[in-house]
Design a protein around this ligand. Structure first.
Ligand code: GCU
Length: 415
């Protein structure tokens, strides 16, 4: 026993030598990237309001008809990958497989909805959850969460000991009380988190004869997750309990990246919230701060499309940056959330993205961020079409964050 104790102590001491924990350093993430503002390279952001042909974009019409399609094409072909047209038409069916009318002591209805896709190439399905508040008279506005977890386990059951919370910690009661529904759209049913299973899930339904892997400009995981959320929206348009015109889409981290790409493509989402989406999400590539293209594609080779690999150590050559993706969500409200200790995700780069995207919001007559300086930590900008906060702490969504997201959505979506 004593020997084991001595051995484990020695191991712990050894490990802490290898992995020194310093309060200012990000935990669990690579040290060989830039975490020092002074080391951010000089960079030029591609202009939002100049077309690829070099013409100034000065009106909303020119933005929507010329510049926005150019930018979306670049993001589709070089960053996230486009969804190809399927050779064989896909038949989609919705089935409410379970209804719980007295969820959370009668505060809501919970529906488990199966969405099934079928064509000559195969079939796939996803299961979403729809919670609707009982206190809302009209069809309710709702949040849709791009979720890491599945919906077929018990994580979305009411927590047995924490009233108003789900087992997974989601404060559902707060949403219900404020008259919001809540929809959970999981990533895992249609595509794996990270992996090469492109022969299962949704991709095979879209392959051309003989194809078994997406082409270099075709959809990776994030694009597939985005496609799934749009199908969940197709269902919501048929659900009379939810007002499909007032759905706020949100996600954290990888799911925050997916949120931005989904909302840019699918204009039915009324509002988007990117929580600590970082690299490939709200953060600017060209700052090269924290996670960068090389880190992203080597660790997660299939989140983006393979064309993105061309910009490893070469973010400068990417003809877009992430402020342009946020701008493609305009005029719909967008909220960006950062964490002070979440240096891997580059809080400053997330803010700057939102700040630069504001140029397009202003062109469209909306209110954007007006100062290049980030707001003080803990101060939320809510009464704006481009909202933002950076709070103390690391990579998570805390109650403070949920409350700010709700405030933002109430300000923009509640009647
Ligand atoms: C990793 C990855 C991030 C991502 C995060 C997450 O840290 O590098 O880009 O946001 O996982 O999804 O939690």
């Amino acid at each position: 026993m004593k020997r084991i104790t001595t051995l484990s102590l020695a191991l712990v001491a050894g490990l802490s030598l290898i992995l020194p924990v310093h309060p200012d350093e990000p935990k669990n993430h690579d040290k060989d990237v830039v975490y020092d503002e002074a080391k951010v390279p000089p960079y030029d952001l591609p202009p939002l309001l100049v077309s690829s042909e070099g013409r100034p974009i000065t009106t909303p019409e020119q933005w929507f008809n010329v510049r926005r399609p150019q930018i979306m094409g670049l993001f589709g072909n070089l960053v996230y990958g486009t969804v190809p047209a399927p050779e064989s038409p896909i038949r989609t069916t919705f089935e409410v497989v379970k209804t719980h009318l007295e969820f959370m002591n009668g505060r809501a209805t919970r529906k488990d909805v199966r969405i099934r896709f079928e064509n000559a190439k195969g079939s796939a399905e996803m299961q979403i959850l729809v919670f609707t508040p009982h206190n809302e008279k009209h069809p309710a506005p709702a949040f849709m969460l791009h979720s890491f977890g599945g919906t077929k386990d018990d994580s979305h059951d009411a927590h047995p000991d924490r009233p108003g919370f789900l087992r997974n910690g989601l404060p559902l009661g707060e949403f219900l009380q404020r008259g919001f529904g809540f929809v959970v759209a999981p990533q895992g049913d249609l595509v794996r988190h990270n992996e090469v299973e492109f022969l299962k899930g949704i991709h095979p339904l879209f392959y051309r004869t003989g194809q078994s892997f997406p082409k270099a400009n075709e959809w990776g995981c994030i694009s597939a997750v985005a496609w799934g959320a749009s199908r969940a929206m197709d269902y919501l348009e048929t659900d009379r309990d939810i007002d499909a015109k007032r759905v706020a889409l949100m996600g954290h981290s990888k799911m925050g990246k997916a949120t931005l790409w989904t909302a840019a493509q699918d204009q039915r989402f009324a509002l988007a919230i990117s929580a600590q989406s970082g690299c490939g999400g709200a953060a600017l590539w060209k700052r090269n701060f924290g996670e960068n293209m090389e880190k992203m594609v080597t660790r997660f080779p299939y989140w983006l499309c393979r064309n993105a690999w061309k910009f490893v150590r070469n973010e400068d050559d990417l003809p877009v940056d992430q402020h342009m993706l946020l701008a493609c969500i305009a005029p719909r409200p967008i909220y960006v959330h950062s964490g002070v200790e979440d240096t891997w995700a580059d809080a400053r780069g997330e803010y700057l993205s939102a700040y630069h995207a504001s140029e397009v919001y202003r062109l469209l007559g909306k209110k954007g961020l007006t100062t290049e300086a980030s707001p003080p930590v803990g101060e939320a900008i809510v009464r704006s079409d481009v909202g933002y906060h950076n709070r103390p702490g690391g990579h998570s969504i805390e109650m403070f964050d949920w409350l700010k997201f709700l405030e933002f959505a109430e300000h923009h979506l509640k009647r």
